[in-house]
Design a protein around this ligand. Structure first.
Ligand code: SF4
Length: 315
């Protein structure tokens, strides 16, 4: 495995230049020892990835974005998880594949990219072919996308902020919109739009890009700007997932606007613009008080209630 990237780490746009093999740690808060929180079939992704047998998710601990509202805050901010060696990771991924998942879904992969790259090479050498997803915050170094594209088939980036000031307030880097847009251009250039496009889950995705956007309470204007920006840059054919599942987490408690779920009016305004701009391939979510897919990583066996329910139904 290429551990050199961990020694003067510039794996993400934070450019910490720390030696993660010795310390101190950088912004993502993770050393060069790979850490994961959950490896297993997940049914909370869009039908294009979940299909009928689940998406083969690998949730990594830590994150370079550190958004205070992160719905996975237990692993991204509080660093829940366990250390895993490259051999153990390979073995657990092999076991995951035996469960019949439709893809391998690397969640927050950029700060452990050398481990993931080495894993993908090992799988290739064993002749294992399965779509691989780079499931990320969108906050990627654009020049690294080509490298990711060597191993990954699908890019599933967020596009969280079009407003620099909102990005600064939420994750401390006003450059997010500019960086995420450049990275997204590279992703679309290398893989195109998601295909096949089948919202029934019958035909799961094999290649391409789908962009996720989580609408934040009190920040509809940011979402409208995201939509206009994406439309201007990529046109109405860009596949989107417009998410309403925001729930207040501990990092929101000091921030008044973030202490509630989204209102139907807010989500409606965003979906209205999706319609007016003519986006052709769009996943939306039902807006409701309860969700089965707000994770609790304190239960490492299966942090998603919805997964437990689906696996029981599938038995
Ligand atoms: S991956 Fe972590 S240590 Fe490396 S540059 Fe990004 S935040 Fe800093």
């Amino acid at each position: 495995m290429d551990t050199a990237s961990y020694k003067n780490c510039t794996l993400c746009p934070r450019d910490c230049e720390v030696d993660r093999t010795k310390g101190p740690l950088g912004f993502c808060g993770e050393s060069a020892a790979c850490r994961v929180s959950f490896i297993g079939p997940h049914f909370g992704e869009e039908p294009s990835f979940t299909g009928f047998h689940g998406s083969g998710t690998i949730f990594f601990s830590g994150c370079s974005s550190q958004c205070f509202f992160c719905q996975n805050y237990q692993i991204s901010i509080q660093h829940d998880g366990r250390t895993i060696t490259p051999a153990e990771l390979l073995s657990e991924v092999r076991a995951l594949l035996l469960k019949g998942v439709h893809n391998l879904n690397f969640v927050t992969p950029d700060h452990f990219w050398p481990h993931i790259q080495s894993l993908c090479r090992a799988l290739r050498e064993e002749g294992i072919k399965i779509p691989k997803l780079f499931n990320s915050s969108g906050y990627q170094r654009p020049e690294r996308v080509e490298d990711y594209a060597q191993e990954m088939d699908i890019f599933l980036p967020d596009f969280k902020f079009a407003e620099p000031e909102t990005a600064k307030m939420c994750m401390g880097d006003a450059r997010y919109p500019e960086i995420a847009l450049k990275a997204l251009r590279e992703m679309v250039k290398s893989k195109g739009f998601l295909e096949p496009w089948d919202t029934t889950g019958l035909l799961t995705a094999e290649r391409g890009v789908l962009v996720r956007h989580l609408v934040l309470p009190g920040h509809v204007e940011n979402s409208l700007r995201v939509l206009r920006l994406l439309h201007k840059e990529f046109g109405p054919g860009l596949p989107l997932s417009i998410m309403s599942q925001f729930r207040p987490v501990p990092g929101c408690f000091q921030r008044k606007k973030f202490q509630r779920i989204l209102s139907p009016e807010e989500y409606g305004q965003v979906l209205d613009l999706v319609g007016k701009l003519g986006f052709e391939k769009v996943y939306t979510q039902e807006l409701k008080e309860e969700t089965d897919f707000l994770p609790d990583f304190k239960d490492p066996e299966n942090p998603f209630f919805g997964n437990k329910r689906r696996s029981t139904t599938n038995d």
